[in-house]
Design a protein around this ligand. Structure first.
Ligand code: IMP
Length: 244
């Protein structure tokens, strides 16, 4: 039996990245998305942390779908803006504004900040929630700098103004923004790629138990069940930082 995992996101670009990165891991899972489940109200992202908002989204998805659910919350943290836009990244220019408006606002807000102080990082927390209430979170970080002007058409969001630190050895003017990278290049170093890869041992461990608990309507909540290693990789609730 191929197990099902629900990716709870309405962001098509983010979904494409999540799906691609999970697919690359070669696990035998069928990925379901919003279009595969009955519509349900998007939960309000009321927390002030990536972890809190990722859990809100994954809990809502698991409660609604009855499936093991993965959701992420992510954003761009700019040192010169005290870590903002952070959890407000998607709505930085206000509700109803698009990625371009967000990115232009950020550039305007730091237009007097010199290149060596334009340090920033993308952060993503991926939450994995099971229908029987187990919760795990994993964090990935991609450090970098804010470019002086946008470059590149790939990716989404703030990618055209973000130069990952892994590009720092490229000559001046040659360093790629994450919007100029191929999807594979970005996945290999991205906050989301790192968080998903950190999650995989736990997801794989949970999937191994599926025949014993995923098929049944009443989940086995008995923590003494020796067949179930609740934390196969010892990473439950771990916050995992990857620094270049
Ligand atoms: P949320 O996680 O849906 O609340 O929104 C995350 C927001 O952060 C996105 O809408 C983007 O503005 C930004 N963001 C997160 N990850 C990336 C990325 O990989 N590239 C560019 N922007 C991103």
């Amino acid at each position: 039996m191929t197990a099902k995992v629900f990716l709870a996101t309405n962001n098509a670009k983010k979904l494409a990245e999540l799906r691609r990165i999970i697919d690359e891991q070669g696990l035998d899972v069928e990925i379901l998305t919003m279009g595969d489940v009955e519509p349900y109200p998007e939960p309000a992202e009321t927390e002030w942390t990536f972890e809190g908002n990722a859990l809100i989204k994954a809990r809502a998805g698991a409660a609604h779908s009855g499936l093991m659910t993965v959701a992420d919350d992510s954003g761009l943290c700019i040192d010169a803006l005290g870590g903002m836009p952070g959890v407000r990244s998607a709505r930085w220019a206000g509700r109803g504004h698009d990625d371009l408006a967000n990115l232009e606002l950020v550039l305007a807000q730091i237009d007097d900040v010199p290149e060596d102080r334009r340090t920033a990082r993308f952060r993503a927390v991926v939450a994995l929630v099971t229908p029987d209430g187990r919760e795990f979170t994993f964090e990935g970080v991609m450090p970098g700098r804010i470019a002086l002007r946008p470059r590149g058409l790939g990716g989404f969001g703030y990618d055209p103004i973000f130069v990952p630190d892994s590009q720092s050895l490229a000559g001046r003017g040659l360093a790629l923004t994450s919007a100029q990278m191929t999807p594979e290049m970005k996945d290999a170093i991205s906050h989301r790629g790192r968080a998903i890869r950190a999650m995989m041992p736990t997801l794989a461990g949970l999937l191994k138990k599926l025949p014993s608990w995923y098929d049944e309507d009443d989940f086995d909540d008995d923590d003494d069940d020796d067949d179930i290693d609740d934390d196969p990789a010892g990473m439950a609730d771990a916050i995992i930082y990857y620094v270049e």
